[in-house]
Design a protein around this ligand. Sequence first.
Ligand SMILES: Nc1ncnc2c1ncn2[C@@H]1O[C@H](COP(=O)(O)OP(=O)(O)OP(=O)(O)O)[C@@H](O)[C@H]1O
Ligand SMILES: [Mg+2]
Length: 323
Amino acid sequence: MVALTEMTNLAVDLIDVRKTYAKNIHALRGVNIQVGRGEIFGLLGPNGAGKTTLVKIMMTVVKPTRAMGTIMGRPIGHRGKLAKTGYLPENHRFPGYLTGLQLLDYYAALAKVPRAARRASAPKLLDQLGLSKWGETRIDKYSKGMMQRLGIAQALMNDPELIVLDEPTDGLDPVGRRDVRQLLLELRRAGKTVFLNSHLLSELEMVCDRVAILVDGLVARQGTLSELTEHTVEYRITFSGDAQPIRSKLAALRATVDGDLVVLSGHDPAKVNAVIDLLRGQGLLIESVQPHRFSLEDILVEAMGGTAPQPQSRERQRADKAS
Ligand SMILES: Nc1ncnc2c1ncn2[C@@H]1O[C@H](COP(=O)(O)OP(=O)(O)OP(=O)(O)O)[C@@H](O)[C@H]1O
Ligand SMILES: [Mg+2]
């Protein structure tokens, strides 16, 4: 019974999704992702990780090699719920001879939205996406960012329950990106589920309830932002003076010295105080103590098998600034 309740609460439940393209390109190698209803979920990962392939499988555009699970309660590949799903494809191309309003009307008609509802929604969405003055203009006159805004409007014309956006902020200026973030939050307030791919990690940090990091066709991490970053806190203590004589004592507290900076991993205020005592006992002057939480970018780099950026000593920071 519990399993059934959980299932119905999930907007997206992807189990062991695999896709091998011709020539043995293993784009997805067994992806498991769960998205609750009413969540904003962010999928991130480097170029070629398989994000678009996964979205296309969800939208029934690409046939998976293997896939289990459900989308809005229906098996993956089932087209029944697509009329209640909005989709912004990556690098979409719209017919340039249509105007913005004609395009919205056309796509909504494909999703079987009644004419009266189409007429009501199109100007409203153009307005929401900052395109109200462009409704009567042919799309071939639109800039890249305007095209992207129109694509997002198009994805919302059928008042979808699930909205799947592949790189929604691609090509948008900072104001456009902020508009999209606000729109996503409004959609969540209205109870919609949003699944988005993005390279712009800071964007995801601002709006997503949960994220998954896809690397080389596999989910490397999945969870809320705080779950992903909770064990990745460090303290950075700067001082003036010579810490060499107490280097081994600092090492015993798992603190490392880099020039005039001591870095202590983990969230342990007692240890921070012990380090400060040691430094002060040596007659050194504490200049600052800063907790530092890793960003999503750090987590991604780590998940990709790289190392998270090392803290910089103040000499190096000054040198960087000066150059
Ligand atoms: N139609 C296709 N035929 C063959 N290989 C493909 C096809 N589409 C994608 N691939 C390959 O599958 C892998 C995953 O590509 P995909 O476009 O899903 O990645 P992505 O994470 O969306 O990348 P990006 O961040 O650049 O958009 C890549 O190696 C890509 O070259
Ligand atoms: Mg992509």
